[in-house]
Design a binder for this molecule. Sequence first.
Ligand code: SAH
Length: 193
Amino acid sequence: MGAVRREDFVPQNWRDYAYRDEPLPIGKEQTISAPHMVAIMCDLLCVEPRSHVLEIGTGSGYHAAVLAELAGKGTVYTIERFEALAEHASKLLPANVVIITGDGSLGLSEKAPFDRILVTCSAPEIPPPLLAQLKAGGRMVIPLGKEFQELYLVRKNRQIAKEAHGAVAFVLLVGKYGFPEAPHDEAANRLRF
Ligand code: SAH
């Protein structure tokens, strides 16, 4: 994390707050996670130098940049549902990160299976396509719930092991295997970069 400049990933008017341990708004009613949450999630995920990684929820791109550092020669695929956020992140991310616009709850079957899957928005349940696209021996980190959310580490071996790691607060996964879209709020949806 020391190698990634968080200030580059936050909107200009929030730059002074870039190194506070807090989530910050990035437009489209979305947020860049607090640094401690990025660290906790990376720690649970155990990304290795050649890991083939999938992230759902590119947002600012900050977490993808940290994953790219950890994956080294591996590739990080990251899916964002808002084109404007994906486009902005694409200007900041290194060559081993591939950004895709679409519904990440469907995963990315053409690049599966993945060693590691990170979901940075909260889902009602583990999206079945993501579980199917996780390698045997692989790890997934995903927040689950709506008003009350918990962070889970999911390990796929012969059986699926699901371990809770405390209460969290994420924006919701919106998509086929996520929550339905909330009513449109024009002002909140304006991009703030
Ligand atoms: N990892 C991000 C955190 C972004 S917040 C960062 O470091 O900044 C979560 C993101 O998930 C939001 O940008 C939101 O638009 C996105 N999202 C929600 N549902 C999604 C879906 N079905 N597919 C892809 N992205 C989704």
